[in-house]
Design a protein around this ligand. Structure first.
Ligand code: Z5A
Length: 227
């Protein structure tokens, strides 16, 4: 049993979610963390939302692809929650019970920000369907990668060679600023379960700060070198 047990009574693994706007570097950080944790001898599951299971990966294009027509906000919130319910039951909880580290690219806070605040459904309403969908499973740590939406827009354009973003990415700047604030408000309300990082700096500096926090939670040697 590791120190994570101090943070959750129901599992021996560690559940870490990465959150923030798009192109803030979540996928990059998860990849680096995975290599480090494996080099430290930990079993790691990396996964994403929407997705992570067969059914979740089938729901994903319904939510993200253009061509579905206008998607009603409640339909959108329920589809994200449906994908998440399968994710928790089939992948996340079993891995945590085996004592593994789960690194998840987005989780409930994304729904609270994008659907609750961005789409105007209300945080408490969206939280309620997600408590039911996840049977109350909360990350031991949520890392919020915080960056000005204009920087993420530029990173995205650079990565995608100027291609049109997915249906949600294409929303306007005011939408993205509102949801940035929503992530920060969530973190401020429960600082012991969050790590907010300035994601405008280089990826290695961000990585070091996440490792420092995880090393404490998992009682690991932060200095283990990885490729
Ligand atoms: N959504 C929702 O509405 N409700 C929900 O409940 C959930 C999701 C779960 C999922 O999109 C969409 O669904 C998302 C929210 C919504 N839409 N929006 N907007 P996704 O999974 O396809 O994409 P994403 O989550 O927004 O992430 P992303 O675009 O894949 O980006 P990322 O993982 O955060 O970043 P990255 O791929 O690691 O890096 C992006 C680029 O920046 C890349 O070229 C990197 O090399 C570069 N990069 C990374 N770090 C740095 C630093 N530190 N400096 C400079 N450049 C960097």
């Amino acid at each position: 049993m590791n120190n994570a047990a101090e943070h959750s009574e129901e599992h021996t693994g560690l559940f870490v979610a990465l959150e923030g706007g798009e192109a803030t570097g979540k996928t990059t950080q998860i990849g680096l963390l995975r290599k480090w944790l494996q080099a430290c001898g930990r079993h790691v599951v990396t996964t994403r939302e929407p997705g992570g299971t067969a059914i979740g990966e089938r729901i994903r294009p319904l939510l993200l692809d253009h061509g579905q027509g206008e998607v009603d906000p409640r339909t959108e919130a329920l589809l994200f929650a449906a994908s998440r319910a399968a994710h928790v039951r089939q992948l996340i909880r079993p891995a945590l019970s085996r004592g593994e580290v789960v690194l998840c690219d987005r989780y409930v806070d994304s729904s609270l920000a994008y659907q609750g605040v961005g789409r105007g459904l209300g945080i408490e309403e969206v939280a309620q369907i997600n408590r039911w969908a996840t049977e109350g499973l909360t990350p031991d740590l949520t890392v919020v990668l915080d960056v000005d939406p204009e920087i993420s827009r530029r990173r995205r354009a650079h990565r995608d060679g100027g291609a049109v973003g997915d249906r949600i990415e294409s929303a306007d700047n005011a939408f993205h600023s509102r949801l940035r604030q929503a992530f920060l408000d969530r973190a401020e309300a429960a600082p012991e379960r969050y790590l907010v990082l300035d994601a405008a700096v280089d990826a290695q500096s961000i990585q070091q700060r996440i490792r420092t926090r995880l090393a404490k939670l998992l009682d690991l040697d932060q200095g283990v070198q990885t490729v």
